[in-house]
Design a protein around this ligand. Structure first.
Ligand code: TRP
Length: 440
């Protein structure tokens, strides 16, 4: 297994398993993600959001089939499951566990303001119905589950469509609330919206989407794709008449697959009055050229679900190697602890002493520049935190006192005044500070 450097930028995104992948999914999400997964210095988490699927879909066969198809699709598109973390949400029990922790720090008002929930309520109100008609608690809690997906792996960047930006902001809020209460355990995630990735128009010219029923299937048989392409809406100009590329769904779909030169030559063909039938043929050939090589791989995976199951379980095992120890740290942080390890329990003095001996210590000192510094040092001498220079020793002392009293929460206040060496992870430092705080 490749273990990227600990300072890699972590990307994470989930795909809800309710449908069959179409060209819009491919161009907008799958293809850019597979490309991004090969970028050095990044660590990538891609998962099948099947718990999210339950919120929208109560058809078990459809969820199973969609999970199979989407997994096969990502692999056929070139995702290397040993290079990235590729797993199924429901194989990671730490996700629902963290969902509960976050539920307990998330203001209900925050969830009231979520677009998807509000849209349902508004619709009910407009219809004169009870505001909560057909609104499940699952829909209401959707952003909390999504926050758990993201911050369990301390993702920095979350590639999503515009419609999901609010959810990432809510995940940030929940992570910050938790950090404020329990210390800096979580990285605050950011949405990564790729402006260069076009939204693909569908057969009717509106955005290609399952809900508009205007999609072209990604791995539907070629003959059927040809038929679907024939159904793309065009204007009524006849062969020989110059045609507009502006507003032409056909042209936009072509451009999403073609090189700039190919696009240019279709633009010329439009100006020269290419017949719509011929343009559709060009589009079919161009799409088929990209998809055909993947089709066989896709089919072999779909025909071999046991192999896909094996790949996903292996992915879950790798993801849990990260999630399980992190979750124990979080359980410890909130107070779900082994009772025998209680640090201030009477009679636990001996254990307490042994623990104290292994604790890191603050060292204050003066440098040749005349300024006063401190650092947090492990018993072995490794530096966990380094301060900048303070003019007065009292200032340095106050900063140390804040860290001792508040543990990792104190770090937030000292932003800019202390620095964590690159080789020390946020979690490590957070742990060290909370152990110190408990020992005091
Ligand atoms: N809500 C996302 C969507 O509908 C899917 C999703 C679930 C997701 N969990 C996620 C996306 C975590 C990014 C990160 O598109």
């Amino acid at each position: 297994m490749t273990r990227p450097a600990p300072d890699a930028v972590r990307y994470l995104t989930g795909i809800t398993t309710t449908g069959t992948p179409h060209l819009g999914n491919y161009v907008g999400a799958i293809r850019p993600a597979v490309q991004a997964s090969r970028t050095p210095g990044t660590q990538n988490f891609y998962f099948l959001a099947d718990y999210h699927a339950l919120i929208k879909c109560d058809d078990p066969a459809r969820i199973q089939r969609s999970t199979l198809e989407i997994a096969a699709c990502w692999l056929a598109a070139g995702l290397d499951p040993e290079q990235v973390f590729f797993y199924r949400q429901s194989d990671i029990p730490e996700i629902p566990e963290l969902t509960w922790f976050l539920t307990c720090v998330c203001g209900k008002g925050l969830l009231n303001r979520a677009h998807a929930y509000k849209a349902s309520v508004d619709k009910n109100q407009a219809a004169g119905a009870d505001p909560d008609t057909d609104v499940t608690a699952g829909l209401f809690m959707y952003p909390v589950l999504m926050a758990a997906d993201i911050i369990l792996f301390n993702a920095h960047k979350v590639p999503v469509g515009r419609d999901q930006i609010q959810h990432i902001e809510m995940a940030r809020d929940m992570a910050a609330s938790f950090n404020h209460l329990y210390g800096p355990h979580f990285t605050l995630p950011e949405a990564a919206v790729d402006e260069s990735v076009a939204t693909l128009p569908g057969l009717d010219g509106r955005k290609m989407s399952k809900s508009y029923d205007n999609t072209i299937g990604l791995f539907t048989p070629a003959a059927q794709i040809r038929k679907q392409i024939a159904g793309i809406v065009t204007d009524s100009r006849s062969p020989g008449e110059p045609k507009d590329t502006e507003g032409s769904a056909l042209f936009q779909i072509y451009r999403a697959f073609a090189t700039p030169e190919e696009t240019e030559s279709l633009r010329r063909a439009y100006a020269e009055g290419i017949a719509w039938g011929d343009a559709k043929q060009l589009l079919f050939e161009r799409i088929d050229r990209e998809i055909a090589p993947m089709r066989q791989h896709y089919q072999s995976l779909v025909d071999n679900p046991a192999e896909l199951e094996r790949i996903l379980r292996r992915g879950a095992e790798r993801a849990r190697a990260v999630a399980t120890p992190f979750m124990s740290e979080l359980r410890q942080a909130v107070g779900l602890r082994n009772l025998a390890s209680q640090s201030n329990a009477k009679g636990a003095n001996n254990a307490g002493k042994a623990e104290k001996a292994a604790l890191p210590t603050f060292k204050q000192y003066r440098e040749a520049d005349g300024l006063h510094y401190f650092k947090l040092v492990e018993p072995g001498g490794r530096v966990l935190l380094q301060s900048r220079g303070f003019a007065a020793p009292r200032e340095a002392g106050q900063a140390v006192a804040a860290l001792r009293a508040e543990g990792a929460a104190g770090l937030v206040k000292l932003a800019g005044q202390v620095e964590r060496p690159q080789s020390v992870s946020e979690n490590e430092l957070g742990n060290a500070l909370s152990r110190l705080m408990q020992a005091d």
